[in-house]
Write a protein that binds this ligand. Structure first.
Ligand SMILES: Nc1ncnc2c1ncn2[C@@H]1O[C@H](COP(=O)(O)OP(=O)(O)OP(=O)(O)O)[C@@H](O)[C@H]1O
Length: 587
């Protein structure tokens, strides 16, 4: 029952809806008492042999009226109570989604995407069940059980009621025990099914690798074993499930037997009329559901409560990045200026002892371009992540137009930045929508313009439905270079003060790179651009190039200055130039 307390905030908010729903539900239970009573009266009159067609008609009309009233009442309580459950589901999902949007990278490192999805689907469904099935079962079984018992005592006989209902608590007990077993077995079967799904997905995605490494047979054998295991676990579900119905049949059969023997005795001794016995037998039918319901309710509430705790635990996690120190008066205009990094040191939260950045000092004037180069793992992406406020906990400061970025409201800061990440993300929708994602109100011409600037327009024209072609799971698959150019088009459409490209040209050829850089230069005039790259031609026109090694700046300057320094940059430049020439000669 604790779950009803936990959900108190919701029931309070939806008070009216539930009061109406429960009232109609209670009326339904009372209306359910009518048909058995009418049946009894009919039996008595038949027994006494003095029933007229008129009386007969009246009784039939009473049963029909009860059925119509039941129909209407059911419609109303269903609408109220199921509506309430759907509303709770909506609120919980929105809460979770808003929370996911607020959380930072460390949250996603702690929780796997699959688990988060399970919370947003299975757990929310279990909680929703409390507000729907849970409330219904509790109120309905209580009302129906109690009112039927009262009707049995008033209209029939208290002794018969006590004796006949003796076996029913065993039904409640058995239903709860079996329900638990069934629930555990069902959970196991779900987990097994999900493992099977993951395995299928993995094998299908990696089918080429499996085949080229000659692992096809082994993988098929492993898959077969997994299928066998899944079937074994599923069989357990069927065993528990098939014990459920017979339990009901035995106990209800016992109740009927007792009723017929003891009730028959009472009729013979003229303590009861035939009609009363007929009503009683019909009332037993009304008692079956409340008894099953006790076990059923227990499971719904237990599951709902466990799910609620799991979801609440997630919601209680606080993001590391907040607007706690933000100066809410700052606007886009206030932060339009120089970008200044003065970082003494930074370490990732899960590896606090290993500084990833040290002494990162530089100023990039408004409108300038910064190039970040260095070996794999030298710290290029980390420098970018700090500007995107993925992490706030560093020694030093990053300032935009003199304002510490931790004092700029997150949405103000992020709205001024366009970011092309290393891993491009495409949505399962049209190319047009993928590009205009950053600017939903962009017109067709603007989208085409952005695609032209990122050298993607001609590729799109070749596609089956041009800009309306679907990409992702249900559509065409794009090459690595096309995905990168689509991400660039999306970023260019936003016209933001700062553009960040993290290794965003790695999958395009040299000629395409030159074209894109040329349009970027034109497009980004007067606006700040940060480019992290392995290919030095991507940054050769930058105003300032930083060479990083183990998280420190080891060389800095523009292209000419760095060449004349004859350090890592110059050596890398010569090597890449040579590789380019060899590549061209081979073509
Ligand atoms: N989330 C993280 N937690 C802990 N360490 C990390 C995390 N992300 C990166 N690192 C480490 O920080 C260092 C710098 O990584 P970073 O990704 O900034 O390098 P990079 O120069 O961008 O590399 P690449 O050229 O491969 O993109 C590396 O040693 C990396 O292993």
């Amino acid at each position: 029952m604790g779950i009803f307390k936990k959900l108190g905030w919701f029931f309070k908010k939806e008070k009216t809806r539930y009061i109406i729903g429960i009232t109609f539900l209670a009326l339904t239970s009372f209306a359910n008492l009518v048909p058995p009573r009418v049946l009894g009266l009919m039996a008595d009159q038949l027994d006494q042999g003095h029933i007229s067609w008129g009386q007969y008609g009246m009784l039939i009309l009473a049963v029909i009226a009860a059925a119509i009233v039941l129909y209407i009442l059911r419609y109303f309580w269903r609408k109220q109570i199921w509506g309430g459950a759907a509303e709770l589901e909506r609120q919980m999902r929105s809460k979770l989604f808003a929370h996911f949007m607020k959380m930072d990278r460390t949250f996603y490192q702690r929780h796997r995407t699959g688990d988060l999805m399970a919370h947003a689907t299975n757990d929310v469904s279990a909680i929703q069940n409390v507000a729907g099935d849970g409330v219904l079962t509790l109120v309905d079984s209580l009302m129906m059980g109690v009112s039927t018992m009262i009707a049995m005592i008033i209209f029939v006989d208290v002794r018969l009621t006590i004796v006949a209902l003796l076996p029913l608590p065993f039904l409640a007990w058995g239903a709860q025990k079996l329900g638990n077993r069934l629930h555990d077995a069902f959970n196991e079967s779900q987990a097994a099914f999900s493992r099977l799904n993951n395995k299928t997905q993995e094998s299908v995605s990696g089918i080429k690798v499996l085949k080229t490494f000659g692992q096809g047979k082994e993988d098929t054998a492993a898959f077969d074993k997994m299928v066998q295991d899944t079937i074994k676990i599923n069989r357990r579900v069927f065993v528990w499930d098939s014990l459920f119905d017979p339990l009901g049949t035995i106990i209800i059969g016992l109740t009927y037997t007792i009723t017929i023997i003891y009730g028959g005795l009472l009729v013979t001794n003229h303590v009861l009329s035939i009609g009363q016995l007929v009503s009683f037998i019909a009332y037993i039918g009304n008692m079956v559901w409340p008894m099953f319901a006790i076990g059923y309710l227990y499971n719904i509430l237990e599951r709902g409560s466990a799910s609620y705790d799991r979801v609440q635990k997630l919601l209680d996690e606080q993001p590391l990045i907040t607007d706690a120190h933000a100066d809410e008066s700052l606007t886009a205009k206030d932060i339009d200026g120089d970008l200044k990094y003065q970082i003494k040191s930074f370490a990732y939260p899960d590896e606090k002892d290993i500084p990833v950045l040290q002494k990162i000092d530089f100023t990039l004037h408004k409108g300038e371009t910064l190039g970040l180069v260095g070996r794999v793992g030298s710290g290029k992406t980390t420098i970018i992540q700090l500007l995107l406020r993925e992490f706030d906990d560093y020694d030093g400061q990053i300032a935009l137009n003199g304002h510490d970025i931790r004092e700029i409201p997150l949405n103000v800061l992020l709205r001024q930045i366009s970011y092309v990440p290393q891993n491009n993300y495409l949505f399962s929708t049209s190319i047009q929508k993928n590009i205009s994602f950053s600017q939903a109100d962009a017109g067709d011409n603007q989208v085409i313009e952005a695609a032209k600037k990122s050298d993607l327009h001609n590729d799109i024209l070749q596609m089956p439905r041009s800009y309306q072609t679907l990409v992702g799971e249900n559509g065409v698959s794009l090459s690595g270079g096309q995905k990168q150019r689509m991400s660039i088009a999306r970023a260019l459409l936003k016209h933001s003060q700062i553009l960040i490209m993290d290794d965003a040209l790695s999958a395009v050829d040299a000629k395409t790179e030159t074209e894109i850089l040329k349009s970027l230069k034109k497009e980004r005039q007067g606006k700040t651009t940060l480019i992290a790259a392995h290919r030095l031609t991507s940054v050769m026109n930058a105003d300032l190039i930083l060479v990083l090694k183990n998280g420190r700046i080891v060389e800095r300057g523009n292209h000419e200055q760095l060449l004349s320094e004859d350090g890592w940059y110059a050596e890398m430049w010569r090597r890449q130039e040579l590789e380019e020439k060899v590549g061209d000669a081979n073509e």
